[in-house]
Ligand binder design. Structure first.
Ligand SMILES: Nc1ncnc2c1ncn2[C@@H]1O[C@H](COP(=O)(O)OP(=O)(O)O)[C@@H](O)[C@H]1O
Ligand SMILES: [Mg+2]
Length: 325
C-alpha cells in the first residue's frame, strides 16, 4: 500500500499565490510510485476544498501524513499545526511551538539572544503607541521597519530619516499590532536550509543578490531579476560558522522537520547576524530551499521522502508521551 499524503495549500495569508506555486512544485517532485497524493486547497477566504480536515482523531482514515505547503499566517504560524495535532495526524515541518515562535520575528530574536546567538539590534513597538523618537534614540539610520508576523517583505520599509520612519511605522502597523525597528545591515544576504528532528543538518548556504534596494516583494515574486550564488562564496570558515549558527537557531526555537534560516553578513565587520527563520520556506520552482539541498547532495524527490519520514518519526515519538494520568 502506498502512503497517502495530503498536500494542503493556498490559505488565507498574503502568500496565498506563492503557496499555490510552492505546492505545484512539490506535487511535481513527489514520487508517485511511493505516495498517493490528495490535494486540499484553502481559498483566500479560508474555505477548504474538497472538504476540511477535521480536528478529531481517526476521522480521516485516508490520510497517513499531511504536508502543509502554506506560507505565512494561518498556515506557517502554528494554527494549522494545532489542527493537525488535534486530528492526531503526522505532518511535515515544525510543531505548534516552533512554528509560532519562528513566525514572530521578535520572539525568535528573544529566544536566539537567550542562547547568545547574534541578532541585529532592534526596538519593539505596538500599534497605538508608535514611538519614532524611541527608535531614533536607540538605533542609527538607516533602519528597517517591519511587522512582527508577516512574510514576503509585505509591510517592510527601509528608512533614512524621521519623516520616512513615521510613514513606515504607519504602514507596518496596518499589518500587525507589533512592529520592529531594526538597524540596517550593509552587506550580503545569505540563506541556509536545515533538515531534521533531534539531529538537524544544515545545507550549503546560498547568497541572494537582490536587484533592488532590498529583497522586497517585487524582487521575490514579480521581477525575476534577483540573482543567487549557490553555494555562496564566503570562504570555508564563514560557511562553517553560518551552518553552525543555522542549526543553533533551529534548535533554539525548537524547530523540527525543516526550516530555512536567513542571515545578514555585515561588510564592514564580517559579523554574521541571524535575520529570520522560515518554517515553511518557499518550494516554488525558483525557491532556494530545495535547491540548497540539491547542491548539498539531496535531490528534490528524496528531500520530500526525508520530510515525510521525519513527520512520521516525530508523530511516533509523541506516541511515547502520556497525556493523561
Ligand atoms: N536589518 C536589516 N538589514 C538589512 N536588510 C534587511 C534587514 N531586515 C530586512 N532586510 C531586507 O528586507 C528583506 C525582508 O526582510 P525579512 O526580515 O527577511 O522579512 P520577510 O519575512 O518578509 O522575508 C530581507 O530579505 C532583506 O533584504
Ligand atoms: Mg525574509
Amino acid at each position: 500500500m502506498k502512503l497517502q499524503v495530503a498536500v494542503v495549500y493556498g490559505g488565507r495569508s498574503g502568500e496565498h499565490e506563492v503557496s499555490i506555486r510552492s505546492a505545484k512544485s512539490v506535487l511535481q517532485a513527489i514520487d508517485r510510485e511511493k505516495y498517493d497524493v490528495v490535494e486540499y486547497f484553502i481559498s483566500e477566504d479560508g474555505r477548504w476544498h474538497p472538504e476540511p480536515i477535521l480536528p478529531e482523531p481517526g476521522v480521516q482514515p485516508d490520510i497517513d501524513v499531511v504536508f502543509p505547503v502554506l506560507h505565512g499566517t494561518f498556515g506557517e504560524d502554528g494554527t494549522v499545526q494545532g489542527l493537525l495535532e488535534l486530528a492526531d495526524l503526522p505532518y511535515v515541518g515544525a510543531g505548534v511551538l516552533g512554528s509560532s515562535v519562528s513566525m514572530d520575528k521578535e520572539m525568535m530574536k528573544r529566544v536566539c539572544r537567550e542562547r547568545g546567538l547574534p541578532v541585529v539590534d532592534y526596538v519593539t513597538m505596538y500599534r497605538g503607541s508608535l514611538d519614532a523618537s524611541r527608535a531614533i534614540r536607540d538605533l542609527p539610520f538607516p533602519m528597517f521597519i517591519k511587522p512582527a508576523n508577516l512574510g514576503s517583505s509585505v509591510g517592510i520599509s527601509k528608512v533614512r530619516d524621521r519623516a520616512e520612519l513615521e510613514t513606515a511605522l504607519e504602514l507596518a502597523a496596518k499589518y500587525d499590532r507589533k512592529i520592529l525597528a531594526e538597524r540596517a545591515i550593509d552587506g550580503q544576504e545569505l540563506e541556509c536550509a536545515v533538515l531534521g528532528n533531534e539531529e538537524p543538518e544544515a545545507s550549503l548556504p546560498c547568497e541572494v543578490l537582490p536587484s533592488r534596494e532590498f529583497y522586497d516583494y517585487e524582487d521575490k515574486y514579480l521581477l525575476d531579476r534577483a540573482q543567487f550564488k549557490l553555494p555562496a562564496e564566503i570562504g570555508a570558515e564563514k560557511t562553517v560558522e553560518l551552518r553552525h549558527l543555522a542549526i543553533q537557531c533551529y534548535t533554539a526555537v525548537e524547530c523540527s522537520g525543516m526550516a530555512r534560516v536567513d542571515f545578514l553578513l555585515e561588510r564592514s565587520t564580517g559579523q554574521l547576524y541571524i535575520n529570520e527563520i522560515n518554517t515553511i520556506p518557499g518550494f516554488t520552482s525558483i525557491s532556494m530551499y530545495p535547491k540548497m539541498w540539491e547542491v548539498s547532495g539531496l535531490p528534490y524527490p528524496q528531500l520530500i521522502d526525508r520530510l515525510i519520514d521525519l513527520a512520521l518519526a516525530r508523530h511516533a515519538a509523541k506516541k511515547a508521551t502520556r497525556f493523561t494520568r
